[in-house]
Ligand binder design. Structure first.
Ligand code: AP5
Length: 213
């Protein structure tokens, strides 16, 4: 299975990707995760992108293309799930060329559609369990899910860019740069849209139905 998950910040790309990986073993490639790992490791790349990411802006197309190139070169037959890439028309065209070269065409490109007022609440409430790395939410996760992390001594960590200023900027950048790219996929006939409102499980059922899984 080879797919792209698209959607605004907070639309649930990462959450749905975690579920697809658990159930179907396909590999998630998230440029956001790869860039945050670079920052944590203190690498030159991390130092270069830290400020840009904390401000909610996009890092350069060359940097993310390099990351994607490396990851896709290691992909076998299990397929991949791109989360957060591509994010503008230039990146979408580069990806098209890359996939053509390695003869791995996309099966699906899926847009998770969520109104912006919901995005802000999801992003400001997002936390990650320090023990398991599971994505949680102080407003939407069940008490059991939160307790499962805390009772084992885990902490609920907040992403550096999940503050009001950066969230507003990321949504603005999405509307200006990523939405036109969605139209690009629409024009190629490759785009499927699902409603991203409702519970995580509701959205996952819609996703699987669309993919006939
Ligand atoms: P990235 O890490 O990709 O962040 P993002 O696009 O802002 O997306 P998010 O991870 O915030 O949202 P998501 O859709 O995955 O939501 P999630 O599932 O976590 O990028 C970060 C930065 O890296 C960018 O700003 C940029 O600087 C840089 N970057 C990355 N890729 C780049 C690229 N290609 N080019 C250039 N720069 C790039 O869900 C959010 C919360 O909501 C969670 O708490 C979750 O539990 C909750 N939730 C999810 N679904 C539901 C639901 N149905 N009901 C209730 N709660 C829900």
């Amino acid at each position: 299975m080879r797919l792209i998950l698209m959607g605004a910040p907070g639309s649930g790309k990462g959450t749905q990707a975690e579920k697809l990986m658990d159930d179907f073993g396909c590999r998630q490639i998230s440029t956001g995760v790869l860039l945050r790992q670079a920052i944590e490791s203190g690498s030159e790349l991390g130092k270069k992108v830290q400020k840009i990411m904390s401000e909610g802006l996009l890092v350069s197309d060359d940097i993310v293309l390099d990351l994607i190139n490396n990851e896709l070169s290691e992909i076998g037959e299990s397929g991949f799930l791109l989360d957060g890439y591509p994010r503008n028309i230039n990146q979408a065209k580069s990806l098209n060329d890359l996939l053509k070269n390695i003869d791995k065409p996309l099966d699906y490109s899926i847009l998770i559609d969520v109104p912006s007022e919901i995005l802000i609440k999801r992003l400001s409430g997002r936390r990650t369990c320090s023990l398991t790395g599971k994505t949680l939410n102080i407003y939407f996760s069940s008490e059991n899910e939160i307790d499962e992390c805390l009772s084992k001594g885990g902490e609920l960590l907040q992403r550096e860019d999940d503050n009001e200023e950066s969230i507003t900027k990321r949504i603005e950048v999405y509307e200006e740069q990523t939405e036109p790219m969605v139209d690009f996929y629409r024009s190629t006939g490759l785009l499927h849209t699902i409603d991203g409102q409702g519970s995580v499980d509701d959205v996952y059922i819609r996703l699987k139905k669309l993919m006939e899984l």
